[in-house]
Design a protein around this ligand. Sequence first.
Ligand SMILES: [Zn+2]
Length: 414
Amino acid sequence: MDNGIKIQFLGGVEEVGRLAMVLETADMRLLFEYGMTPGKPPSYPMPSPTVDLVLLTHAHLDHSGMIPWLFSRYDQKILTTKISGEISNLLHKDSIKIAKMEGYAIPYSNSDVKEAKQSVTPIGPSQKMNLGENYEIKSHDAGHIPGSLMFELIGDKKILFTGDFNINDTRLLKGTKPVECNILFLEGTYAGRDHPKKREEIEKDFLDKIDEVVNRGGVAVLPAFAVSRSQELALVLRKAGYDVWFDGMGRKVAKIFLKYPRYLRSAENLKKALNKVNFVHSDHGRKLAVKSEVIITSSGMMDGGPVLSYMNKLRNDPKSAVLLTGYQVEDSNARLLVDKGQLDFYGVKQKIECEVEYFDFSAHAGHSELIEFAKNCNPEKIVLMHSDNREALADPLKDVAEVIVPKTGETVEL
Ligand SMILES: [Zn+2]
């Protein structure tokens, strides 16, 4: 029986970061995501109570980054795909490394990270599982990064928790489709912003720009997120014939992707694309890369990783270019580059003479796509989350359903 549902967001509701939501029914308590916002310093959600199960939609740190903390206190089970379990483990270990390097406290240890990895209960896409006496959980492919899911909780009512999702096909993944439900928890990363161009057009513009840079004798530096974007760019460049070098954690992530071909649009194409790039293994490789034509490297926000060593060598070269393909959050180095033409090299700001351009390779549904998706889910209630601009969605969605815009910490009965 369904005696009403209570929810409380522990974070990430009015921002694109540290997402966490507790959902309570008469007989169980679930935690959807437990993320952190990587930053200087990182920020965390409110402490979570003990729950019966943790549901993780995908590996990105703003959804998964705080999960090891749970294991410093409780024993929990985490429902997610095997691939998300492996990638989040890689990101958790990296977060501890970065925190130590930067001198920030991080609220969990390597042994908590290990326990989190061992506590994954794997679920595949489009799989159904019983949850207690009165509920079933069904997973749906989210089209955001390999292994990403949306969760459908089926009891008297159907509840859909989208996590991050994309409805458009990319080189790496197929886009997702709406799921009919009564209550929709909708992410809003792109609230108020549309994707002005189709993927194919963006790819064409992007390749044209690389052509221009290479023809004038410059290097195209592509700072890219290690999870998903860097592999997607390797796919986009597969047939272009450039001398491409690939540096950073994206290589380890690519290896994990290839272990789970069912989560990729074409593992064969990814293999072929990766066979065409040169991987940087050492300082010697880095010296060769900086004289090549294209470098794909982390980090995407340019706050650390090998991209800074490349930029330090190329910063005075107006023939070279930095081509950004991801969103630049406020206070990130990539944002500083776009706004002021500068980069912060570990505390020293330097002027960058290279050309800088942004290409909208998004892994999220855009504003109009979010509205269309919500309409087609046909819900009675929509809860808006994971957005710094929920007002932009709340208004048009009022014609679709009752719109709920909770605050962090507030308990809402649905
Ligand atoms: Zn994400």
